[in-house]
Design a protein around this ligand. Structure first.
Ligand code: URA
Length: 265
């Protein structure tokens, strides 16, 4: 009886000591409003940002050329023709950033002069456009990945509630075969449309770690949401903006990307 009591006491003490050490080592859980403030304060500090938002693993600070193009894109005086041209230029720079985050391998080739060890991407790329704005960006990506198959998902944002509504989806038959999936979504506001699109892709068998989102402009609120829900995806963006306004538009942002690109405003 005495031995049994000692054994129970031993188990209780071990459990208590395990719980205490787990509590000591656990990260402090900050309310999301504080995390948002930290993200905003560290927009140009890639190391801190990567700790707060592991899905954003590339340096955010834009190059001068990106900043110049983004300034013109944001300007409300920019008309549809120029908006399209600027989107394409920014899209090409975004492709460059995306490729930096993809796995590549060495290949040996012959130049007309000598042997050369170069680089090629490891594996196939598939593109997923979140219509309508995603279509504006997907064309630029197709130019750079001409063999990539393209899936489309239409999620419309309710103008009043800013909540996403699923409308249509056409996926490639190979979507769940382990290819690198690049989703084009120029604006990440609440992250609601992306949440729906990524959930649909996962339901169809796509692995989270194979998903990369390419975006022009993102709000911290959307990134925080996606980081919590899909910690294994990657997000590559041109600009990380300040916040959302009460209508869930990105601030400073550029207004409605689809309207400005397609001329429907
Ligand atoms: N979609 C846009 O096009 N713009 C925003 O600011 C937010 C969502």
């Amino acid at each position: 009886m005495k031995v049994k009591a000692q054994a129970i006491l031993f188990v209780i003490m071990m459990t208590l000591s395990y719980c205490c050490s787990a509590l000591e080592s656990a990260q402090p859980i900050l309310p999301s409003s504080e995390v948002l403030t930290l993200i905003q304060a560290n927009r140009d500090n890639p190391e801190t940002l990567a700790k707060l938002l592991p899905i954003v693993s590339h340096p955010i600070k834009s190059s001068h050329y990106e900043q110049i193009l983004m300034t013109q894109l944001r300007d409300q005086k920019t008309d549809t023709k120029n908006f399209r041209e600027l989107s394409k230029k920014i899209g090409t720079l975004l492709v460059n950033k995306v490729v930096e985050c993809l796995a590549a391998k060495n290949v040996n080739i012959n130049t007309p002069v000598s042997r050369f060890q170069g680089l090629e991407l490891n594996g196939n790329i598939e593109l997923v456009s979140i219509m309508r704005s995603g279509d504006a960006l997907v064309d630029t990506f197709i130019n750079h990945f001409p063999k990539a198959k393209v899936s489309k998902i239409l999620v419309q944002r309710d103008e009043k509630t800013a909540k996403p509504n699923f409308q249509y989806m056409k996926l490639t038959p190979t979507i769940a075969q382990g290819n690198q999936i690049i989703i084009t979504e120029p604006m990440i506001a609440t992250g609601g449309s992306l949440d729906m699109a990524i959930s649909l892709l996962k339901e169809k068998g796509v692995k989270e770690e194979n998903i990369l989102v390419a975006s022009i402009c993102a709000a911290p609120e959307g990134l925080l949401h996606l980081n919590t829900k899909f910690p294994k995806i990657k997000i590559v963006m041109t600009a990380l903006d300040e916040k959302l306004n009460d209508k869930k538009y990105i601030v400073p942002g550029l207004g409605d990307f689809g309207d400005r690109y397609f001329g429907t405003h």
